[in-house]
Design a protein around this ligand. Sequence first.
Ligand SMILES: C[S@@+](CC[C@H](N)C(=O)[O-])C[C@H]1O[C@@H](n2cnc3c(N)ncnc32)[C@H](O)[C@@H]1O
Length: 206
Amino acid sequence: MEIVTRGGPGQLEAAEFDQLRARYSSTLIDLGTGDGAWPRRFARDFDNCLAVGIDPDRSALREAAKMAERKPARGGAPNALYVAASAESLPAELRESADWVTIYFPWAALLRMILAGDDRLGELLRFLCRPRSRFSVVLNAEAPPEGFEPPTPESVRGSLEAPLNAAGFRITQTDWLDPDRAPPTTWAGRLVKGSGRAMIGLDATR
Ligand SMILES: C[S@@+](CC[C@H](N)C(=O)[O-])C[C@H]1O[C@@H](n2cnc3c(N)ncnc32)[C@H](O)[C@@H]1O
């Protein structure tokens, strides 16, 4: 699969990724990671975990990799990895690799997939997730894409119940989130903490 490092794009073969994962007790996959701050922060807090940020935006990932490859004393995290891919075409190497999948403040196709309760979301979770895994989504409730109503916790639960059940997940929580429960991502800081915009969080377990 295509990874992005400070030096630019590279390739990581399935066996190399499996060896890397085997060095850690669990793997986080953050889809639509943007500047990759969340997986880097998670990797710093939990050095026994591998944190993988995925996004099709290679230039954002390059900046993410530059931060992660700094010395730990300067904010780096050697256990963070960035993969260039879109949610609709995930590389085969990621099959059944995730113990926790997060999607925070998605936009464009990724957001439409969630709001529409697209079957492809269930398919990608079935593909990515290991048994007994967790799935978390946080949405900005005030910026629906064209053709969608502003979501509510009820509408998000209603959309995601079927695709999540199909992937073996059970929704454990869907709620409005206060700003102090925002995940530590860059967009949370930009969109929500500053303006107090409404956020919806959903959690599910398998
Ligand atoms: C608003 S940014 C959020 C970035 C980060 N999660 C955060 O909270 O700071 C939305 C991200 O979703 C990514 N994205 C949009 N469509 C996607 C898709 N189909 N597959 C993967 N990522 C996608 C974009 O490239 C962008 O980086």
